[in-house]
Design a protein around this ligand. Structure first.
Ligand code: HEM
Length: 535
């Protein structure tokens, strides 16, 4: 009996897993119940034998490798386009054997498989792809990361680190620690818009994404480093902030260049790895300096017991190392994603004036005076604001999907995938498919509201209630989900809320191909929003 996974024919690289239709039916009959593992399927050997015999021929291993070499068909493709191309060719599940230092992966497009992988991920889920960060941290000459590799670690060491930082970053009661600093940055953004927009057209310049980036940077820095860099307005030439900004993206790039594409970096220091390590060194130095400065401030002016004034102060109370490692992990994970998410939210709201007005009415009911600040209390009852953000992230999903090491032997789409396999959960195409969301390209925040509200303008029911939630998980799933989720959501809520209270927002240009997708999405059009002051 050959299983999907352990059968190998010399020269094989991508296993085509699509079945003939007759087999599909036969196989479905035998498919294991939800979350079943291979052992449950042992009695069905003959079905798997049949499936194996009749599967379509393989591609050559070297063809795949060639695809990534100079002139190859994959070389210039983003991860998203690469996955999409493979989906067209190989179907909803395919195996991507590792080449040169990379482990084998299984690529998934079926939501039932996503659910199985997540539900069986275990208490210490591993997210492959950040090997380069671990390698860098393990090999730092000063041994700074000897005790912990932070949230880029795996297994029990990851869990220990996450366990101590979770309460600081995720407990709702700590939101007050970052609400005011985030709001201050946010109000700078409103001023910045007034300064840079064209006095006649009221449009912001083509490179407005840079300002959104600076908003995201100032926001995460004020939380992670307890420092207002003011890159947005007051200190646009701040050299250290620019260094951080520039090198933070290197982390994301590394996940693809060093974590997914073939790379020899563990054997010889490739130029890509050298660039990455230099970025990591620079980020470490700047972060270290700011955390030490915060420590000095605290020593001079200690807060009373139970009266911490910032996230960094709380992290410093755990210990200095945790504060530094967490600050770097926040900075690297936050900026690019938050900027793309904000751009997506603004594009959706600008192109849907009726929804924008509905949101404005909700905001004005809670905060009639536009100079009034948001508070933890008055933010509790803003369901339409949250629905607008959720819907924008459905239309423009931020990440290509997610990655998990399978936590058990699993039968995925009828194939045996052993425990420990790297599963690329390629989910970003599904939220835009009519099979899952009626009228998928329309911005309908009502989908995410209570039943009675979930009817579109022409009366069609559009409720997202019965949609499998594993299709749309912008912040991931389970114990490994985004640790910055509360900060990210608050930042988006404040930004959208403040902009809609201050301006009528328009976007009078094409939104065709508004985003390009790599590991995460990035705006690909000039973001020339028009901001008209409200009375
Ligand atoms: C809209 C903005 C954001 C989105 C959509 C987002 C999404 C995600 C996703 C999908 C993951 C992987 C989760 C999983 O594996 O299940 C993740 C992880 C993470 N995010 Fe975010 N994120 C955002 C903003 C932020 C911010 C602002 C911070 C920091 C303040 C942050 C810090 C992190 C960290 C440190 C991890 C790794 C967690 C771990 O492995 O334990 N993210 N994020």
């Amino acid at each position: 009996m050959s299983t999907f996974w352990n059968s190998r024919v010399a020269g094989t690289v991508v296993t085509r897993l699509r079945l003939f239709s007759g087999e599909q039916q036969q196989l479905q009959k035998y498919q294991c119940a939800k979350y079943s593992t291979v052992s449950n399927a042992k009695t069905e050997n003959s079905v798997f034998d049949l499936e194996w015999q009749q599967a379509l021929p393989y591609k050559s291993r070297y063809q795949m490798l060639r695809g990534f070499l100079k002139g190859g068909e994959f070389v210039d493709l983003s991860l998203n386009d690469f996955l999409f191309k493979c989906r067209e060719r190989f179907g909803d599940i395919y195996r991507m054997p590792g080449v040169i230092g990379q482990p084998d992966s299984v690529v998934l497009f079926n939501v039932n498989d996503f659910e199985k992988v997540y539900r069986t991920e275990g208490i210490w889920p591993n997210r492959p792809g950040t090997d380069a960060v671990r390698y860098y941290r393990e090999n730092r000459k000063d041994g700074f990361f000897a005790e912990t590799l932070g949230l880029n670690d795996n297994g029990e060491k990851w869990a220990k680190f996450r366990h101590v930082v979770n309460p600081v970053l995720m407990q709702p009661k700590n939101a007050k620690l970052y609400l005011d600093p985030l709001q201050k940055v946010n109000l700078e953004f409103i001023e910045r818009i007034r300064e840079i927009r064209d006095p006649l057209t009221l449009e912001v310049p083509e490179n407005f994404l840079e300002d959104i980036n600076h908003l995201a940077f100032d926001s995460v820095a004020v939380v992670a480093l307890d420092h207002e860099f003011g890159l947005l307005r007051r200190n646009p030439d701040c050299a250290e902030a620019k260094v951080l900004c520039e090198h933070m993206s290197a982390f994301l790039k590394s996940i693809y260049d060093l974590g997914i594409k073939p790379s020899f970096y563990k054997y010889i220091q490739t130029p890509t790895y050298k660039r990455f390590a230099k970025s990591m060194d620079l980020m470490f130095d700047v972060t270290n300096r700011y955390v030490n400065a915060a420590l000095e401030r605290l020593e001079k002016n200690p807060s009373k017991e139970g009266e911490e004034r910032s996230v960094l102060e709380k992290l410093l109370k755990i210990n200095r190392k945790t504060a530094i490692v967490m600050a770097i992990d926040m900075l690297t994970a936050a900026v690019d994603g938050s900027s793309s998410a904000l751009a997506a939210v603004l594009l959706c709201i600008a192109r849907n004036p009726t929804k924008q007005q509905k949101l404005r009415e909700e905001l004005l009911a809670v905060l009639p005076n536009k100079h009034e600040r948001f508070t933890v209390e008055n933010m509790k009852n803003l369901p339409y604001l949250r629905a607008c953000i959720k819907e924008a992230l459905r239309i423009y999903p931020l990440a290509f999907g997610n990655v998990r090491e399978t936590g058990a032997d699993l039968v995925l789409s009828g194939y045996r995938v052993p425990k420990g396999t790297s599963a690329l959960i390629s989910s970003n195409m599904l939220p835009n498919e009519a099979l899952f969301f009626p009228r998928p390209r329309e911005f309908i925040p009502e989908r995410w509201l209570r039943k009675s509200d979930a009817v579109s303008a022409d009366g069609e029911r559009v409720l997202a209630e019965n949609v499998n939630k594993f299709i749309n998980l912008p912040f991931g799933f389970g114990p490994r989900s985004c640790v910055g989720r509360r900060i990210a959501e608050l930042e988006m809520e404040l930004t959208l809320g403040n902009l809609v209270r201050n301006f009528e927002i328009e976007f009078n240009h094409s939104t065709k191909n508004a985003f390009k997708y790599h590991l995460i999405s990035a705006p690909a059009i000039p973001l020339k929003f028009k901001f008209v002051d409200l009375k």
